[in-house]
Ligand binder design. Sequence first.
Ligand code: HGY
Ligand code: MN
Ligand code: MN
Length: 423
Amino acid sequence: MVDAAGGDGNLRVDGGRLWRSLMDMARIGATDKGGVRRLALTDLDREGRDLFVRWCEEAGCAVSVDRMGNVFARRPGRDPDAPPAMTGSHLDSQPTGGKFDGAYGVLAGLEVVRTLNDLGVETEAPVEIAVWTNEEGSRFAPPMIASGVFAGVFDIEYGLSRQDPEGRTLGEELVRIGYAGDRECGDRKLAAYFEAHIEQGPILEDEGKTIGVVSGGQAQCWYEIVMTGQEAHAGPTPMPVRRDALLGAARAVEAVNRIGLSHRPGGRATVGMLDAKPNSRNVIPGSVFFTVDLRHPDDSVLSAMDEELQAACETTADDIGLELEFERIWRSPAVVFDAACLDAVRSGADACGYTSMDIVSGAGHDACHVARVAPTGMIFVPCEGGISHNEMESATPEDLEAGCNVLLHAMLGFAGSGGRTSR
Ligand code: HGY
Ligand code: MN
Ligand code: MN
């Protein structure tokens, strides 16, 4: 008999089935180097969503889609009106992403549902699995846009209007792939939300721990910056008169790295995108677009980093005679997850006999938005060398199974008293 707290430490998922589902999903958008390229709302994202929906319907779930394309698979509980216990993550990937970032949380949720079916467990509250649209923020910025609309961080018009580099809007692409749902975003209360994810950093592996009890996520800020000088001929133009936009951007890249280092150990500072125009060998670049991603566990330190970045860009632009467009496109505060959810993760790890440690997430996750509207927790498992956002991303079947067992226990604790059905 499964007790209400899900404390039956003998409950276990089928790790082999979880692994097979991950490998089947990883075939969609598979790259030669063993990763995946499944950018948000591309045909490959649709293929992944369709596969997930089919699996969930085979598992007896009812599937719905909201106006941001978030997909929800619902396993009924005894009380259809009870707030569901939800889990999930994302299926979109980075351009050179890994098999596990996002997909693990989605398919761990499916494995929990399949296990409850196998064991004939009937929960009081429904259990739901979410697939959040555009978590990565690679094709459409900012990231976690659709869980953000669900949690009331962004309004629906802003969410649907986000454009990709070719000018296509998120809303148009939802229609094109057939995932423009009619359900209003955030139209219901949740009993709790748990997200299983690889750590995407080296701490669990270095500490020899299997489960990360995630206490929260760090603050982050994204920028879009344009420096404009003057295109000119690389040959006749004397050095002192040049207004070289790429020189300005190069100094800014150096400043970004210096800002991250000066706020270690928590500071993170990255220039991920840079586009020099006209990008011709013998033309002095007249304009450069680049992005900056600043992060820190402490909001006040992130504010200091923000000021240092703006000052460095302004000084560089003045020194070289460049125009500067400096835009903060998204700022997300540090997030603290719910204490009861952390306890559920910790006791799930203990009940299953896994080592665990508390950890702050360096990466952003949909859970960081959902935490604004529901008790939220995350479960981390190690990934090899802490490498992620890289096609070589890797995790062991054993660790992935362990995280999914903890997810099962945590979900049961919030889904209400479990009882075996006649099944
Ligand atoms: O940027 C992040 O931390 C996440 O992967 N979207
Ligand atoms: Mn992710
Ligand atoms: Mn990611």
